[in-house]
Design a protein around this ligand. Sequence first.
Ligand code: NAP
Length: 248
Amino acid sequence: MAGRLALVTGGNGGIGTAVCRRLAADGYRVVTTCMDAEAERIEDWQAQLRAEGHEVGYVECNVADYDACQRMGEQLRQQFGEVEVLVNLAGITRDGFCHKMASEDWQAVTDVNLDSVFNVTRQLLPGMREQGFGRIVNISSVNGQTGQLGQANYSAAKAGMHGFTMAVAKENARKGVSVNSVSPGYVATPMTDAMPSDVRDQIVSQIPLGRMAEPEEIARVVAFLVADESGYITGANIPVNGALFCSF
Ligand code: NAP
């Protein structure tokens, strides 16, 4: 429904920008999180979207920090109102083989990709339950389904999101709150653009569709899941991977 308030964590990144743009175009009031507004030049980012006709708000928050998320929940309520749509999208990688991985790299990746999903959802679920409406989409990864070399931390965190999704979907099904995950394969973002071209080519050669996804192709699935009409889809994972990994 037009005018619903949507929070997109990490909304100013590669996929996040496409999600913010798409939800704003669909009539949602959109707010993103950012870690440091000045360092991330968030106002330039906002201005760019404004020039395209999209007004997107922001709140500063490290989603790995529970207390910061609690403060963000209160700020959102005061500044914007009750969040009805939550897209847990913030994520990082710190790759390395498990037998050499520093515990800080394990911790950072599980904190930002997995703990954050609880930290943020916990603040917004009570309001969604009270209103009898909510849409939560957790952005996972194909690597959470298949496991990936050099990504024990990331694969574990992204797989953990699915368990969270299914449990919280069941807990809230009768309250009008749907909870789903989306598992992109490889997406053409600044992150993947920065890969050495031989690595990129090797990855693309393994994708049956023959190319990476565009961020807009992920945003389209998010928009579908958060729509008022999509409420019966809950506890699901939607792969968007160009047939890189097929399962049922
Ligand atoms: P990205 O451009 O690096 O965006 C990640 C966003 O998360 C950035 O806005 C980043 O903010 C934010 N973030 C990181 N740590 C944070 C924290 N502690 N608190 C708040 N925000 C934080 O990455 P992307 O490629 O768009 O990926 C977005 C999501 O899709 C991630 O969850 C990723 O795992 C998932 N995904 C990506 C791909 C892919 O091929 N790109 C494939 C599958 C899944 P800063 O700019 O300040 O760091």
